[in-house]
Write a protein that binds this ligand. Sequence first.
Ligand SMILES: Nc1ncnc2c1ncn2[C@@H]1O[C@H](COP(=O)(O)OP(=O)(O)O)[C@@H](O)[C@H]1O
Ligand SMILES: [Mg+2]
Length: 274
Amino acid sequence: MLGQRVSLRAVGSPALLGSLTGTACAAWLGNSRRPHHRCRRVICATKMAWYQAATLPESHAIMKSVSLVSQKGGAGKTTLAIHLAVLAQEGGKNVVLVDCDPQRSATKWWQRRATSDLTLVTRGANDLSEVLEAARSDGYDFAIIDTAPHADVAATLAARLADCALIPCRPAILDLDAVVTTVDLVKAIRKRAAIVLNACPPARGVSAASLTTDARRALQGHDLPIVPAAITQRAALAHALIDGHAVTEFEPGGKAAAEVRALWTWIQANAQAS
Ligand SMILES: Nc1ncnc2c1ncn2[C@@H]1O[C@H](COP(=O)(O)OP(=O)(O)O)[C@@H](O)[C@H]1O
Ligand SMILES: [Mg+2]
């Protein structure tokens, strides 16, 4: 017998662009099946809609969720969350970007985006369980969760509720010092997690810059996987965000696009439910 689950459903706005109702069988990694529902688009004109629970038949969707966590501001959580969400979508996945950061950076990026092709949910971490359950019920393949810095409780919750946590870290001494707090957090809750080096100096030829190599070596002491693909500090990454794009849209053939694609490929291959 089919059970009942909640669904994401935008409410309270006359300018509702789409709905998230219905059930779906969603594809997951390695499964070539596509969701056999039409891709559902959200949200409302305010683009800050709240969602309420609605009951729907149980779906068979298997959604994967990734939380970007780092107690350090400026590490690259929002930048990478946005890019991962766009990459998932470009790969034909049904993805929801969840902005749990009160700064609402991802939401503001989404508001600058001309198209409404990407689902955004703006909710605090306290509501994340409900949001993920609803997204799961609606057949989303991926939830990418952006979180706030300096928010122990919220970050812990976001990491706990996601299948895995991705910790961006800049290759600089203050960042390497600060990442310990986040590493301890994910270890304390025994969460599957990985560190990604972000905003690295450009490589010299085929060799990574020494700063990047040294940082990678230092991070190895934390006994967490380090994503092989480091993300370089590139103006294109920041420029793309200005008008609501990702770098794969802004400069699809560029080096920055290649790096974020490599990160996404690694995540897809390695993100497993814990
Ligand atoms: N790889 C990168 N290359 C260029 N700029 C970057 C890169 N990563 C982050 N930034 C920039 O650094 C700043 C902080 O990044 P952000 O993603 O907002 O960090 P966080 O969300 O962890 O606070 C932003 O201005 C962003 O555009
Ligand atoms: Mg941020």
